[in-house]
Design a protein around this ligand. Sequence first.
Ligand code: FMN
Length: 205
Amino acid sequence: MKVLMLNGSPRANGNTALALKEMETVFAENGVETEIVPVGNRPIRGCVACGGCAKTGKCVFDDLVNETAPKFEACEGLVVASPVYYASANATLVAFLDRLFYSTRFDKRMKVGASVVVARRAGTTATFDELNKFFTISGMPVASSHYWNEVHGRERGEAAQDEEGLQSLRALARNMSFLMKSIALGKEAYGLPEVEPRVFTHFVR
Ligand SMILES: Cc1cc2nc3c(=O)[nH]c(=O)nc-3n(C[C@H](O)[C@H](O)[C@H](O)COP(=O)(O)O)c2cc1C
């Protein structure tokens, strides 16, 4: 059982990295493997709406997006972590997620998603909502904690002082492990839910 963890910060060893490490320890205690992929420090361009992926199932820009796609397909859970920039997610991470989710055709249903946001002070819940929308359009159940998944800090390492924030991330990793294991059992017992032929309209017609 594996969780892929995307770090949307350009800062190596920043607060987002610290938040992910806190979760990694708990995943390990629960027998869940992890891999952290640094995204925010890479030159990732945005989607150009060329439609190439509809034919190939891959993005025409052959970079970290296509490299990460098979890892996403193979994992049972995805954690997306971002520093808050102007009350929003890091732009490089958003470009990456747009292309990753849009270009890949594999079934994402019942992979568990969780987003984690890191900020000095404000914009956390807007960013949390923004990131969760990638999961909730993809049939991915969202794991949650006893608080919204946020930790606070400005300079590198400051988030280590946010005891409440880190505790909520540990609870999140425990809940997410439980959910992934429960879904694995459910899949064995019942299989994945039936899928209707897709109705696709531009608003109403
Ligand atoms: C361009 C930029 C915009 C930022 N905007 C916000 C913001 O809107 N709200 C906030 O609380 N912190 C903001 N911050 C602070 C970061 O979210 C904070 O320093 C965070 O700990 C960075 O995480 P990292 O160490 O993983 O990079 C901003 C930082 C930068 C560089």
